[in-house]
Write a protein that binds this ligand. Structure first.
Ligand SMILES: [Zn+2]
Ligand SMILES: [Zn+2]
Length: 93
């Protein structure tokens, strides 16, 4: 059985892949390199509005497989606030 720590470490590795960097760039361009919450252009990160767990192997869906609709640009400050405020739902698919 997979521990939570293992699967999040693995997930962090996925966020360094070229597929994700390419997807991330698309989202930043779409959002005009601005935080959607406060309009800042500093320290931008792309946030998944929801995480989807693929039931087949118990891993998260690859981060670049998400619809662009589920990804938004936030600055690091708003991103942290957002994560404290909202529990990101995880769905089984
Ligand atoms: Zn912001
Ligand atoms: Zn996030």
């Amino acid at each position: 059985m997979r521990t939570e720590l293992n699967s999040s470490t693995k997930y962090a590795e996925l966020l360094r892949s070229n597929q994700w960097l390419e997807k991330r760039k698309q989202i930043l361009i779409r959002d005009n390199y601005r935080c959607l919450s406060c309009g800042s252009s500093y320290g931008l990160e792309v946030h998944h509005r929801q995480y989807i767990l693929a039931s087949k192997n118990g891993d998260f869906l690859k981060p670049w497989k998400y619809a662009n609709l589920n990804l938004i640009t936030l600055c690091s400050r708003c991103h942290q606030v957002g994560h404290k405020k909202f529990k990101v739902p995880v769905f089984n698919v």
